[in-house]
Design a protein around this ligand. Sequence first.
Ligand code: MN
Length: 128
Amino acid sequence: MTTILIVEDNEMNRDMLSRRLERKGFKVLIAIDGAQGISVATSEKPDLILMDMSLPVMDGWEATRRIKADGLLKRIPIIALTAHAMANDRDKALEAGCDDYDTKPIELPRLLAKMESLLIATTAEERS
Ligand code: MN
C-alpha cells in the first residue's frame, strides 16, 4: 500500500486531507510539526510527503532541507503545501528541495495528479 506522510499543524486540514486520501486507498501517516515530520519519515520511510510549510518547532522549509540532505530519505518526493499562492512561495519551496508545490485549500484531483506523477517517477527510478 502506498504510504503518504502528511506534515500539517492545522488539525482540521490534517483530518480532512487524511480522510480523503484514505478513501482513495492510501495509507496515511501524520506529523504535526517539522521535527516530528523528520522523525516519522526516518522511522516509516513513506512513499511521499505532503509538507505544510508554516509549521511550529521546525518549519517545512527546514524540515525539507534536512530530509533532502539525508542520504536515506532524499529520494522520498515532497510536495510543499502553502496557504498563499505567492509567486515566490513556489520558488522558495523548490529551492528548499521540494519536488513539487501546491496551494491550500486543497483541490484533490489536482493534488492527486501531482502525487501520482511523482510516485510513478520514483517507482521507475527504483526499477532502473
Ligand atoms: Mn501550518
